[in-house]
Write a protein that binds this ligand. Structure first.
Ligand code: GAP
Length: 479
């Protein structure tokens, strides 16, 4: 089974230390979340697993970590200043701000686009989801980039001080294309990967960590020849990601492919396939159960060309008079210079974590008829791999032995010691946070130098010699 809804995960995440509402002591901050001790471990594990899979285990991908704040011109020439907009409407009745393209339209199967939205609002065919009023303003475009000012003396509207927090990590890759290609002596095809925070001033953030204004991305830009089979490459990356998500424990039945229609493509994309996850299984209509987990886009040579100083328009005028470099590539084999085309798989860390938590959620009834939650996280993602539990916390020899075992495991795997409750409670807690193994030290352990290893998913127990424990756990964690 998977979690019946996101709320189940919100409650577990808060109760057990994965994710807390941010700034809670001041009443919170709309849709901002803080990752607690277990949440930060889970996020780090996802990022490490991705980096290993994407960069270390392949021969054709390098990594970078670029600045969050880039020269404003990056966002001018990437097209974000002009086009990174969402349509915004206000409800005149309750003053709620709404995304016009996400409103529910009555009597129409799908939301109309562009001018049609304005027409529908005028015709009062749209209701405010908050108060039901049809008294909405006309849609206007709202740029989602967060603005900031650089420098101590910059005053409020000094345009020379204006800068943005990046809305995608991708641009930090494009502007470093030549740096990476030349220093690492790369030939086309090759890719550049990056993990990092991005920021979007979303009009309607919500649904826990699904849509927030600050989030983390794992993006990779794969540079290929202009004559490559781009559309086929998109499908190949879709397949690779489906496999990767399955290695994280996501059920294929909870993933869905969505070919983005031409009129909805981002300004840089010729084709995008989104991988959707079933974040809303409780909704009766299947088409409303899905939301984007990641996207795979064919970005053509749009970005490298836009940031280059050479290309000119039909009148011979340089398209980018501000750039000091040309981001083209000389292909020795073809004896030809070109702007490589790009296939971009772009995933969100937070949405991946939410999907993992939802898919890992399960319930089991014990022999006393009590319901227990088990988070069946894949071992490599589990925040804690083994919990060492003393059966009697008032017996110094047992406590000492348990703590010594924990210390001995520490160099090879993440282990914790816990004596804050009876053994039943301790097992239940570890099951709920996804710890694959509990190791119990009891009276007999003092005699036979052995401990009980309990499996999270089956609740089966096995006696293991303390001297064999590190290897025993490592083998089972790899299984
Ligand atoms: N460089 C391409 C790009 O940024 P995107 O589809 O806008 O593409 C990629 O974003 C991924 O980033 C999304 O599929 C999602 O996982 C994540 N993401 C985007 N906006 C988000 C938000 N407001 N909150 C959480 N994750 C977000």
């Amino acid at each position: 089974m998977a979690a019946p809804n996101i709320e189940t995960i919100v409650s577990l995440a808060k109760r057990r230390g994965f994710v807390f509402p941010s700034s809670e002591v001041y009443g919170g901050l709309g849709s901002a979340w803080d990752y607690g001790p277990l949440g930060v471990e889970l996020c780090n594990n996802v990022k490490q697993v991705w980096w290993r899979w994407m960069v270390h285990e392949r021969d054709d991908i390098e990594g970078v970590d670029s600045s969050i704040i880039l020269n404003r011109l990056v966002w001018q020439y990437s097209g974000h200043e002009a086009t990174f907009h969402d349509p915004l409407v206000d409800c005149r009745e309750c003053k709620t701000r709404l995304r016009a393209d996400k409103l529910e339209f009555t009597g129409e199967s799908a939301a109309p686009k562009g001018g049609d939205i304005a027409e529908s609002i005028l015709q009062k065919r749209v209701k405010c989801p908050n108060c039901g009023s049809t008294d909405l303003t006309e849609p206007r475009l709202f740029n989602m980039m967060f603005r900031t000012r650089l420098g101590a003396a910059a005053d409020e509207d000094d345009p020379t001080a204006l800068a943005y927090l990046r809305p995608e990590t991708a641009q930090g890759i494009f502007i470093n294309f030549v740096n990476v290609q030349t220093t690492m002596r790369r030939k086309i095809p090759f890719g550049i990967a990056q993990i990092g925070k991005s920021f979007r001033n979303e009009i309607t953030p919500g649904n826990f960590i699904l849509r927030t204004r600050e989030f983390e991305q794992m993006e990779m830009e794969y540079f290929v020849r202009p004559d490559a089979e781009h559309l086929k490459l998109v499908d190949e990356w879709v397949e690779q990601y489906l496999e990767w998500f399955s290695s994280l424990g996501l059920d294929r039945a909870n993933l869905h492919l969505h070919e983005v229609p031409n009129e909805e493509l981002a300004h840089y994309s010729k084709r995008t396939v989104d991988i959707l996850y079933r974040y809303f299984p409780e909704r009766p209509e299947e088409e409303r159960q899905w939301e984007e987990l990641m996207g795979i886009a064919y970005r053509t040579d749009f970005d490298l060309r836009s940031h280059s100083n050479k290309p000119s328009d039909s009148e011979g005028k340089r398209i980018n008079p501000d750039s000091t470099d040309d981001l083209s590539f000389f292909d020795d084999a073809l004896k030809e210079r070109y702007y490589p085309h790009v296939i971009e798989p772009a995933a969100g860390v937070n949405r991946t974590v939410l999907a993992i938590l939802m898919d890992a959620y399960s319930e089991k009834t014990n022999d006393k008829g009590e319901k227990r939650v088990i988070l069946k996280l894949r071992s490599h993602l589990a925040p804690i791999k083994a919990a060492i539990l003393p059966l009697a916390k008032n017996k110094p020899e047992i406590v000492g032995m348990a703590k010594a075992i924990k210390r001995s495991l520490q160099p090879v795997l993440r282990a914790v010691y816990d004596d804050t409750g009876g053994i039943g409670k301790l097992y239940a807690r570890q099951d709920e946070i996804g710890t694959p193994f509990c190791v119990t030290v009891d009276h007999q352990s003092l005699e036979d130098e052995a401990v009980t290893v309990r499996d999270r998913d089956t609740w089966e127990q096995e006696r293991v010699k303390v001297s064999d424990l590190p290897e025993h756990l490592q083998i089972r964690l790899r299984a």
